[in-house]
Design a protein around this ligand. Structure first.
Ligand code: BG6
Length: 797
């Protein structure tokens, strides 16, 4: 029998708790959450559960809530749907079933369905919320609108919210948006501008659900809490490579209409994997809990990403894909899709911390396993004198050293943070991360699990639950700001454009793909490690292969011509340059090489950078044949091309590098600044007899060479060695070596590549010395040698 006073005490305590609760609610106010698209897949799978989790976490902490599921469906159907979903909501494993049922009941009471179609419907919803607030005497804290709807519906909904459903004064508005946020830089900008006309930046929460994955959300806290150990390690001197990987076993069946428009790069790499990349690469702010500081650093990381070239990517498509598209979109039997379902990308971060460290990003559908991870592999800098059998996991500096943020699935089956025991024992928040129990026989990344300090979350949480909580707490650093979004598209769009017509490698899918999708890098290039299997190539049949030809040696305009397939041609030219360099250095101690800009020399520069270690770089002087009148940092600048493809990979002393002075006194190619004369003086001071050892030229489709254009007399004759000229295409202003100076060279190589050059190649083969019409025809070294390097497409068509 309980003492009668006991009941009294309990009643008083309960009343006090109730009053405290009411007071607290009064303190914090009421939050209305409106889930738009409440009957959709995402809502059903994750969002209702996330909202329930929010309620479980926050109930009794001072806020009151109401949840409004909204869609276009009729009220009856919508309400039925929601009732069903709410019945299936689950509680954390450690919650007593009775308590769970009670809280679920409360949540159901607080949730209702609204049909929202017109702006009047939004107005009515707002009135409902206001009436409830008034009726219950609550102060409004804020409103969350979660857009789980396709982006084409964004603008109308945003307009309605802005005009008729904003909360009252003093309360906040948060709108949550789901990707896709555009298709490229332009469309992302348009969408952002449109949304920006309805909402302020701080009101928008763009979701990337990977930022809610527990292992991803742990990257910055981990870097922060282990600063001391990582300070010396997290850089190019120690990190060998970073892998950011998301492999999936599912394919795109059922969503090919979306997938055809987006493909794997837009679907996954531009967002999820890029976000992860910035978390690894960014400089840590002093205060990692300051969203502003984190977002700022992230933006800086975006700006340090080196622009991607076409050959930074390898693309694949699982074999059944085109058939699925034909079926789902009623395409004719002849239809073949070029959409990649697999991509590997090599990214470089151009700053002192990461220079030279490859970051691999990879994702694909229909692969052999489902797994996601970020793996930071450190270099092994030690040599271990003992026999390998005596190496001890937590001591040997010779065993692999790695830190892995294991996003999920895979062999481990749960998120985790792994740190090789020979690195350091990491600190993780003990209330939320615990050591993983031993799993004998389990190997991860080549080592038994016991080789790692391994931690997994105490309570596994779905990404959406994590993000919904962050929305509620205003943690903007877990979301994509407009600036970050556009920075990401600026990075990806040029690559996407250049790959638009690329044919992806076909792969059978699953384990059957074997090693077909393995890739490797060399310098800045990425390529598949194995050749395509013959039976998978819907190839040109009897078309000739490079191996069918030998390098062709002939004459062109009475000078030697070398013609070959592009790879061989470039290899030949690079070898000739190396030979010329070695010879010049033997003779005079220096090699003066003048290079042209444009796209043809890019593979040559790459070849020189990655294959020609015998080239005497320390004694080489690099000059520019011509330059566009833009700042040297401008991507259009020829010097920038030289910097990107050659200079940063070789060791040419910086005093041997001679960019053209097109940007003096904060202005571009002004006559009065005498930049051309300065360059001429520099050449005459350093190059014996102003005679370059080798000048590399190209030939334009109009017959121009260097920046000497038809119908523009500057530089074709006369005494000025360097001249300012005008190009018919933008940027118009140029600086160029003159024909007389070019013709003083010991050797001139003209590189001509691609089918587009076919016509001019034919024409120039027939004309005489007519530099005014075809400046290239004026190239004829007075005592040096001229050699033409043309690929088969330019020469034979
Ligand atoms: C989505 C992509 O953003 O992420 C899907 O659109 C992909 O194509 C999914 O399957 C993967 O997410 P998760 O959480 O299953 O790894």
């Amino acid at each position: 029998m309980k003492h009668p006073g006991w009941w009294k005490m309990l009643t008083v305590a309960m009343c006090m708790a109730f009053v405290a609760c009411l007071q607290a609610q009064e303190l914090q106010g009421h939050v209305s959450v409106i889930l738009l698209g409440a009957t959709g897949d995402l809502a059903k799978k994750y969002l209702w559960q996330g909202l329930f989790q929010l309620y479980l976490d926050e109930v009794g902490k001072g806020y009151s809530f109401s949840f409004h599921g909204a869609a276009l469906t009729s009220t009856k159907q919508g309400q039925e749907f929601i009732t069903k979903v709410l019945e299936s909501l689950s509680c954390p494993e450690d919650m007593a079933p009775g308590r769970c049922a009670q809280l679920r009941g409360q949540f159901q009471q607080l949730s209702q369905y609204h049909r929202l179609r017109t702006s009047e419907d939004y107005m009515a919803l707002s009135k409902d919320i206001e009436a409830q607030l008034e009726h219950e005497g609550l102060r409004e804290a804020g409103r969350v609108f979660y857009f789980s709807v396709p982006p084409f519906a964004y603008a109308d909904i945003a307009r309605s919210i802005n005009s008729s459903c904003r909360p009252g004064p003093g309360a906040w508005l948060r709108v949550v948006l789901e990707k896709p946020f555009g298709h490229d830089r332009l469309s992302a900008q348009q969408l952002a501008t449109e949304l920006g006309s309805f909402f302020r930046e701080e009101e928008m929460y763009r979701v990337d659900h990977y930022l809610g994955k527990q292992a991803v959300a742990q990257i910055l806290p981990f870097r922060d809490q282990n600063r001391k150990a990582l300070d010396g390690l997290w850089n190019r001197h120690h990190v060998e490579r970073v892998e950011i990987i998301m492999k999936e076993t599912v394919d795109a069946e059922g969503r090919t209409s979306f997938y055809e428009e987006y493909g794997v790069i837009r679907d996954v790499l531009q967002n999820h994997l890029t976000e992860v990349l910035t978390l690894v690469a960014m400089e840590l702010p002093d205060n990692v809990s300051s969203p502003e500081a984190v977002l700022q650093r992230k933006l800086q990381a975006f700006r340090a990403l080196r622009g991607l070239q076409k050959d930074s990517a390898v693309l694949g498509q699982y074999q059944a894909y085109s058939e699925q598209v034909r079926r789902e979109q009623q395409k004719p039997a002849s239809f073949h899709s070029l959409t990649p379902t697999f991509a590997g990308i090599l990214v470089h971060v151009d700053n002192l911390r990461w220079e030279g460290v490859p970051f691999f990003l990879m994702s694909g559908k229909a692969l052999d396993e489902r797994v996601g991870y970020v793996r930071i592999l450190f270099r092994n800098q030690a040599y271990c004198a003992q026999n390998e059998k005596r190496w001890v996991a937590d001591q040997s500096p010779c065993l692999p050293r790695q830190i892995v943020f294991y996003i999920g699935h895979g062999e481990l089956g749960s998120p985790a943070v792994l740190v090789s025991r020979n690195l350091f024992r990491p600190a993780l928040p003990s209330e939320s991360w615990q050591e993983v129990e031993g799993r004998p026989g389990l190997h991860l990344f080549g080592r038994p699990l016991s080789d790692y300090y391994a931690y997994s979350p105490v309570r596994e949480q779905d990404a959406y639950s994590v993000l919904i909580s962050h929305i509620f707490h205003g943690r903007k650093d877990s979301f994509i700001t407009t600036e970050n979004l556009l920075a990401s598209w600026v990075f990806w769009t040029p690559l996407l454009d250049s790959l638009a017509h690329e044919v992806p490698r076909l792969y059978p899918g699953g384990a059957e793909s074997g090693h077909l999708l393995d890739f490797e890098f060399s310098g800045t290039q990425l390529r598949f490690s194995r050749p395509q299997l013959e039976q998978l190539v819907p190839g040109p049949g009897s078309a000739p292969k490079p191996s069918d030809f030998q390098v062709l040696r002939a004459k062109y305009r009475e000078s030697p011509l070398i013609s070959a397939w592009p790879d061989e041609l470039i290899a030949q030219l690079a070898a000739d340059i190396e030979a010329a360099a070695v010879w010049a250095v033997q003779r005079s101690g220096e090699f003066h090489l003048a290079l042209s800009g444009g796209s043809s020399p890019v593979p040559l520069l790459q070849q020189l950078a990655t294959r020609h270690y015998g080239l005497p770089w320390a004694h080489t002087h690099l000059w520019l044949v011509d330059e566009r009148c833009v700042p040297l940092r401008d991507p259009e600048s020829n010097f920038q091309g030289l910097q990107a493809h050659l200079l940063q990979h070789v060791r040419v002393p910086h005093y041997n590098v001679h960019p053209m002075p097109v940007h003096l006194h904060q202005r571009l190619c002004a006559e009065e600044d005498r930049g051309a004369q300065m360059y001429a003086s520099e050449i005459s001071a350093l190059v014996a007899d102003s005679s370059f050892d080798l000048v590399l030229l190209g030939m334009g489709t109009d017959g121009h060479t260097a920046s000497l254009f038809p119908q523009s007399p500057a530089g074709l004759e006369g005494t000025q060695p360097v001249v300012l000229t005008r190009s018919p295409s933008k940027p118009h202003q140029r600086m160029s070596l003159s024909l007389p100076l070019i013709n003083r060279a010991r050797k001139v190589a003209v590189l001509v590549m691609g089918r587009l050059k076919r016509e001019i190649t034919m024409l120039v083969s027939r004309v005489g010395h007519e530099p005014k019409k075809w400046p290239i025809s004026g190239v004829l070294p007075s005592s040096g040698q001229l050699v033409w390097y043309m690929d088969y497409e330019a020469f034979l068509g």
